[in-house]
Design a binder for this molecule. Structure first.
Ligand code: AMP
Ligand code: MG
Length: 487
């Protein structure tokens, strides 16, 4: 089918051309009655796409994968992965497709990818479909992450397909159009390594360097530099998550990108009361991916990446292992520095403060917050009021008032900068009860709550009148929150 979009949209085939072993040519399933639920106009503009054309019939055809421009070659991507510690040699896009790469006006390649576009040869037992609720969920949370300044895949649109999806109940189906720097994952390297095809592994590493870590190409040893760059990107990313209380929920190696973007918003959620043991996902019964375990989980995943890369790191396996072990050690150092920088900002601490002073100050606050079940997001906003002289709103959240007063005196003696705090501590995050409210309404055809929520989340640091309810924690009767994988 020809498309007016063809005039403006070229979908590149670089991944499919350079890595055919990881790309199964495939086509999206038919969408009986496509209906646009939400379109990200600013993102469309960034990609050089006309929002009006995307809203048209042929635009919807593109967004569900049925009408692609000439020359495009959609593929399902093959990858492996450790899921909750257990290795699956062949996962891949069971219900997703890479439509191709878009070079926006800035010339940077970005993947245009669909989720929920029908069964592929990698679907295993799955039906290849996605329901409206979970796709809107990825849309809301990924866009909230972007507005918070956290590296993430983006959401371009959610289109209801008109198909019915069978889960516990029958639900309306949808396709999410997602944009990412790429969909290369740790699991992509695990798959390439497992084929024993060293040329494939090398091509994959070189492709990753060219797209994400071009400075590594200039290094004395580019593949080692690639690994070091991924370690740094992931350490910085997880520090970002920890600062805002984001819990990914399913940090399997197939859900960790090489680019350093957050990917695959399934059972993720933002923590309310601060507690390192917080888990929302129904399937994470052991707490493997609990809030406080995320740095360790990331390091574990990176160790799997190191294993996959070993043959490229050194000809002698023993030497390669020794080198990789040392490089992995950099994760803890980088993470600690990134987290400290973030939390010092959150507390408005002046630069050059002694770690021996700041470290215990932060630790003591987090313990008080945990013991008092204090809201992770609101507290930091209320602390900026405390820095300005009004400690009462923050104080009223704690159980141990004497301990809070003692802590506040120590902190205020350091001269915290309230203005800086307000620029890094969000007021509006995708609170679980608000997300559920918006998804529930959206599933039933009412998209107003979704749009209002998106508007609040688009400027998370700017307090605005009329948005009070978007800043508040869940009401008591919302109960204990649980998330599901949405498959
Ligand atoms: P996730 O936990 O969403 O990252 O998915 C893990 C794997 O399961 C990926 O390989 C997905 O493509 C696949 N998958 C998830 N849901 C479905 C589905 N409904 N149909 C086919 N494959 C699926
Ligand atoms: Mg995944």
């Amino acid at each position: 089918m020809s498309l007016a979009l063809s005039d403006t949209l070229v979908l590149g085939t670089r991944f499919a051309d350079e890595l055919p072993e990881l790309a199964l040519p495939w086509q999206a399933a038919e969408a009986p009655e496509p209906q646009l639920l939400v379109l990200n106009e600013p993102l469309a503009a960034e990609l050089g796409l006309d929002a009006e054309v995307l809203r048209s019939e042929e635009g919807l055809g593109l967004l569900v994968g049925r009408a692609v421009p000439e020359g495009a070659r959609p593929v399902a991507q093959v990858y492996a992965g450790h899921q909750f510690g257990g290795y699956s040699p062949r996962l891949g896009d069971g219900r997703a497709l890479l439509l191709g790469e878009v070079a926006g006006p800035d010339g940077v390649l970005r993947d245009l990818h669909l989720k929920g576009s029908g069964r592929t040869p990698l679907a295993r037992g799955g039906d290849g479909l996605a329901a409206v609720g979970p796709m809107l969920r990825e849309y809301v949370i990924s866009e909230a992450m972007h507005a918070l300044g956290i590296p993430t895949t983006r959401s371009l649109a959610v289109v209801a397909t008109g198909a019915r999806v069978h889960r516990e109940t029958t639900l309306p189906g949808a396709v999410l159009a997602r944009v990412a720097s790429s969909h290369l994952r740790v699991g992509s390297f695990q798959y390439a390594r497992a084929t024993d095809d060293l040329d494939l592994l090398r091509r994959l590493a070189d492709h990753a360097i060219a797209r994400h870590h071009p400075a590594a190409a200039e290094a004395e040893h580019p593949h080692r530099a690639l690994f070091e760059a991924v370690v740094r990107a992931q350490a910085d990313l997880v520090a970002h998550w920890m600062a805002v209380g984001f819990i990914h929920g399913v940090m399997n190696t197939d859900n960790m990108t090489i680019s350093g973007e957050t990917i695959d918003y399934g059972p993720c959620a933002f923590m309310e009361a601060h507690d390192p043991a917080t888990v929302y996902s129904s399937i994470d019964t052991g707490g493997r991916y609990a809030y406080g375990n995320q740095p360790a989980a990331a390091a574990w995943d990176l160790a799997r990446l190191a294993e996959a890369l070993l043959p490229l790191l050194h000809d002698e396996q023993e030497q390669a292992v020794a080198w990789a072990t040392e490089a992995l050690g950099a994760f803890a150092t980088r993470y600690t520095a990134a987290w400290s920088a973030r939390v010092h900002d959150k507390l408005g601490l002046p630069g050059g403060i002694d770690d021996a002073v700041a470290g215990p100050l932060v630790e003591d606050l987090l313990v008080l917050m945990r013991d008092g079940h204090v809201d992770h997001t609101l507290l930091f906003r209320e602390l900026s009021a405390a820095a300005r002289g009004d400690a009462e709103p923050a104080r009223s959240r704690f159980l141990d008032l004497a301990a809070f007063d003692e802590w506040t005196a120590r902190w205020r003696a350091l001269g915290p900068d309230a203005g800086r705090m307000d620029r890094v501590n969000p007021l509006y995050i995708p609170r679980n009860h608000l997300v559920e409210e918006a998804l529930d309404a959206g599933t039933h055809g009412d998209l107003d709550p979704l749009h209002r929520l998106l508007e609040a989340l688009a400027a998370p640091y700017d307090e605005r009148p009329g948005l009070e309810r978007y800043a508040e924690p869940a009401p008591e009767d919302f109960g204990r929150y649980q998330t599901f994988c949405g498959t």
